[in-house]
Structure formats: structure tokens, C-alpha cells
Design a protein around this ligand. Structure first.
Ligand SMILES: O=P(O)(O)OC[C@H]1O[C@H](OP(=O)(O)OP(=O)(O)O)[C@H](O)[C@@H]1O
Ligand SMILES: O=C(O)c1cc(=O)[nH]c(=O)[nH]1
Length: 482
């Protein structure tokens, strides 16, 4: 994936240029951060070149650029994609040089990018000469991508969106150098990036993210950053980090839902932070401990739901716990790895099903609805697709094939239930990217977390015994072979 390889070449350069510093910094949002990313230190020709190429690699790939028609592709075309934007907009001040150097860089990607322009705003309106607040290409009626260096709480991006809209431009995306992966505010615990994607319905991509910085420090790649700085960054992450538990958030945002989240460790900050997810006033969240490796956790959780929370029926259960840790060929697979995957992905799912079955049955008999038991599918678990996905996978693959078998058998053994594996697709996260690359698939298969969650909830909502149960479905509602 283009973004990925640029991350690998860019990060060492940035660290060498000391763009990351440690101390006490007050941010635009007023937050006091133990680290600061100073993109203006990237002022040499070499660094500007690397920077421009990394932004350009994102902009010349989907979803910002899409496949060309045959006659559009010229012989000089370095990339097979055509831009879906007209103007790169850099919010003042640090976005200004970015918009210019990246526009220049796009020329090297082929003639289809020749018409792309740049524009930026002035922080103070100019009252002489040409006047106004916008410099560069007029925005009216144009498709605009915002380029900025860092996103923290997303204020700069929201300001840029309103400036562009006021000029009649259409914002179609945002590309950043670094997302600090912070929440918008205490009452909005989703990341600024996710909120922008949700509310503006546009793609927001970053070449680097906070987690990459943490990884670089942990790998000892950063001079001057040791255990103390790492600890400070992790404390800061607990304070301002975002929450991305997509399915829990999606069901909580709907009315009249009691959402039950199973977590391995109730005290883990991510588990605690689930409580701050926004919810519809008529919905509530219960967090219970379920470790898939435990033979009693799921039963204990159900007993607690009944005795403490008055929950005696369940309409939908999504069994999404799973591990995918190692990908050996059959000749190299270690028994311990095979067993670990089987225990979580097949036995853990079965134990959960056994524990929730009485509550699913009650939903069926008391409420006369057809309850749903959904497992998380993957093409890696398909025997029929082995020729098209020829990669070593002898621990995860067979454990998911077993899970598919168990899910289909649940469908056959319980005619009052809807049971099916549902594949979430390759979400554009490090794990999703690695997964897609591993299965020999290009960046075009990557989707946003939102697309995945929206697709999955839609498939679950509309599933019936006839249309879905016993089938191996994807988030798009398509059928994969078993
Ligand atoms: O996501 P946010 O919380 O808005 O923070 C990030 C913004 O803050 C910084 O700009 P700043 O306005 O400080 O100014 P500059 O570009 O003029 O240095 C940075 O360059 C981003 O634009
Ligand atoms: O949030 C900000 O203001 C901010 C954070 C950061 O790391 N770098 C920056 O330039 N601004």
C-alpha cells in the first residue's frame, strides 16, 4: 500500500529532523501535551520533497483518485488513477506551503493531475490590493481536499471546512501528515478523524498516526525518547485518546437498545472508556467480563445479566472475539499456535453460544422474534477460496473454517434462530492493511471503519432465516463460498 511504504521512508527522516519534541506544550485546543510535532522544521529541499511525495501518494490512490478509463490514461501516466478533486486547500499557516508543494508534486504523477490547483486562506483579511481572505484558485463549485500537518481536536479542519463552504467550494476529503488520534472533546469521545468522516461523509487520511510514534519510541528509534517520555505519552493517550469500538457505538446510538459489551479486562482503560460513548437517551450499556479462553466466563456473564441487570432475553449476539497472530505453512505450524487459535476462534465462540442460547430462545418464545447469532467471518476461513487466497495460514485459517462449520451447524440445529458468519472486510487500519496485503489484495479493497460498521449493521438488521441464515456473508451483503 502506497501510504504504508511512505510511512516507512518518511518516519525516520522526520525523527532525524527532530520534528518530535518532548516537554510541556499548550496546543491549539488548550490541551497540555507532553509531546509536540513541529512540521515547520521540515524546511529543507530533501524533507519537502519527501513530504510532498508522501501526501501525493495518498492523493493519487483511492478514494481520492479512482481508476482511469482506458482513453484517459496517457503514456506518461505514473499512476492508473484519476483525481476526484480540483483544489488542494492548505489552512493558514502551516497548510500553506503544503498545498503548494503537493500540487507541484502531482505533476509527476501524470497528465491527468495537470489541472489540480492550490488555494489557502489568510488568517487576517487583506483590505488592499486584490483583498479578501482566499489566495490561489477560486473555490466556487470546485471539489476541494484539505491538506494540513497535524490534527488534534479537529478545530482547524472544521474552520477550513466552513471557509471553503462559504466560498462555494465542496469539501471532498482531508489528508494529514499526522493524526494525534485524539477525541474531539469529553462529550464526543470519537476521534476527530472519525467524527469528520461520519459527519461530513468524506474520507480523512493521515500518513502517520500517534500509534506510529509510540511504536518508533518503543523500537528505540528516537533519540532523547526513553521510558519516561513513553510513559508520559501513554498517560496523555488515556486522557485524550479516542474510542473506536464501532459496533458498540453504533448500537448504542440507536433508541431502546440495551447493549452488552463483553471485554477481557473490566479495568482496562478501553473497557472503562466504553462508558463515555455517546448513546441515545433510551439506550444503555452493560459491560461484562468474557475471556474466550475461560470455560466459565460466558456462563458467569449470563448469570450476572439475569441476576443483576434483569436481562433475560437477547435479540442479537455478535461473537466478535478472535485472534490472528501467526501465519505458518501447514508444514511449519506449531501445535501450540494451532490450539491457541482454535481455542479462541472456535471453542470460545461455541462457549459463548452455549451460554447465550437460553436468552436467545426467550427472545424467540416471549417476543416472537427470530433472534440472531452472528460470528465474524473471513475469506481466510473459506476452503473453497483457498486457490484464490494462496497464503500460508495454518493456525488462523482452520480455526475460522471450524467457526464457519459451527455457525452453519447452529443454523441447522436451531430453526428459530438466524445464524451466519459475517465478514467485516479490510478496514483501513494497520491490521486491515496488513491483512489485505497478506491476501494479495490491493488498496482498493480497503474500506473505512464506518463503511464496515454501517455495512455489517445493515446486513444484521435485514437478515432473515431465508435470506441470511446459514450463509457466509460479507459486510456488503454478498455471499462468500464456505
Ligand atoms: O486539530 P486542532 O485541535 O485544530 O489542532 C491542529 C491544528 O493546530 C495547528 O495549527 P495552528 O492553528 O496552531 O497554527 P499555525 O498553522 O498557524 O501554526 C496545526 O497546524 C493544525 O492546523
Ligand atoms: O494541536 C496542536 O495545536 C498541535 C499539535 C502538534 O503536535 N503540533 C502542532 O503543530 N500543533
Amino acid at each position: 500500500m502506497a501510504t504504508e511504504s511512505y510511512k516507512d521512508t518518511l518516519l525516520p527522516l522526520l525523527l532525524e529532523a527532530s520534528v518530535l519534541s518532548f516537554g510541556t506544550y499548550t496546543l491549539k485546543s488548550g490541551r497540555v501535551s507532553p509531546y509536540f510535532f513541529t512540521s515547520s522544521l521540515l524546511h529543507t529541499s530533501t524533507l519537502l520533497g519527501a513530504l510532498a511525495r508522501s501526501y501525493a501518494s495518498v492523493l493519487t490512490s483511492p478514494p481520492f483518485s479512482l481508476l482511469l478509463g482506458k482513453d484517459e490514461a496517457g503514456s506518461d501516466s505514473k499512476v492508473p488513477y484519476s483525481p476526484q478533486f480540483d483544489i488542494l486547500f492548505g489552512p493558514a499557516y502551516k497548510g500553506i506551503p503544503l498545498s503548494a508543494i503537493v500540487t507541484r508534486e502531482l505533476e509527476f504523477s501524470g497528465k491527468q493531475f495537470a489541472g489540480v490547483s492550490y488555494a489557502f486562506n489568510r488568517k487576517e483579511a487583506k483590505d488592499h490590493g486584490e483583498g479578501g481572505t482566499i489566495v490561489g484558485a477560486p473555490l466556487k463549485g470546485k471539489r476541494v481536499v484539505i491538506l494540513d500537518d497535524v490534527m488534534t481536536a479537529g478545530t482547524a479542519m472544521r474552520e477550513a471546512v466552513s471557509i471553503i463552504k462559504a466560498q462555494g467550494g465542496i469539501v471532498v476529503g482531508v489528508v494529514l501528515l499526522l493524526t494525534r488520534q485524539e477525541r474531539v472533546s469529553d462529550s464526543e469521545p470519537r476521534s476527530a478523524m472519525k467524527v469528520a468522516e461520519d459527519e461530513l461523509g468524506i474520507p480523512v487520511r493521515a500518513v502517520l498516526k500517534f500509534e506510529d510514534l509510540i511504536e518508533a519510541i518503543e523500537a528505540g528509534q528516537l533519540q532523547g525518547a526513553g521510558p519516561e517520555q513513553l510513559e508520559q505519552m501513554k498517560i496523555y493517550r488515556e486522557k485524550y485518546g479516542s474510542i473506536g469500538k464501532g459496533l458498540v457505538a453504533a448500537y448504542l446510538s440507536r433508541p431502546n437498545n440495551t447493549v452488552i459489551a463483553g471485554v477481557r479486562d473490566l479495568q482496562h482503560p478501553t473497557s472503562v472508556s466504553l462508558q463515555s460513548l455517546p448513546k441515545d437517551p433510551s439506550s444503555s450499556l452493560i459491560v461484562v467480563k468474557i475471556d474466550s479462553l475461560s470455560e466459565t466466563d460466558a456462563l458467569d456473564a449470563v448469570a450476572k445479566l439475569e441476576s443483576k441487570h434483569d436481562v433475560d432475553n437477547l435479540d442479537v449476539v455478535v461473537a466478535n472475539a478472535g485472534i490472528s497472530a501467526i501465519w505458518p505453512a501447514v508444514a511449519e505450524a506449531k501445535p501450540s499456535d494451532m490450539i491457541d487459535h482454535y481455542r479462541v476462534n472456535a471453542v470460545g465462540i461455541t462457549l459463548l453460544f452455549q451460554a447465550v442460547l437460553p436468552l436467545l430462545k426467550k427472545s424467540s418464545s416471549n417476543k416472537n422474534i427470530t433472534p440472531k447469532f452472528v460470528t465474524l467471518g473471513t475469506i481466510a476461513g473459506s476452503i473453497a477460496a483457498q486457490e484464490t487466497v494462496p497464503v500460508p495460514n495454518a493456525a488462523y485459517g482452520p480455526s475460522k473454517a471450524a467457526m464457519n462449520w459451527i455457525t452453519k451447524k447452529i443454523h441447522l440445529e436451531h430453526p428459530y434462530l438466524i445464524a451466519f458468519p459475517l465478514s467485516p472486510g479490510f478496514v483501513d487500519t494497520d491490521m486491515g492493511k496488513a491483512g489485505a496485503k497478506f491476501f494479495g489484495m490491493g488498496p482498493e479493497v480497503l474500506i473505512t471503519l464506518d463503511e464496515s460498521i454501517n455495512g455489517m449493521t445493515k446486513v444484521i438488521d435485514s437478515a432473515t432465516r431465508e435470506t441470511a441464515s446459514g450463509k457466509n456473508l460479507t459486510y456488503e451483503g454478498k455471499e462468500d463460498p464456505y
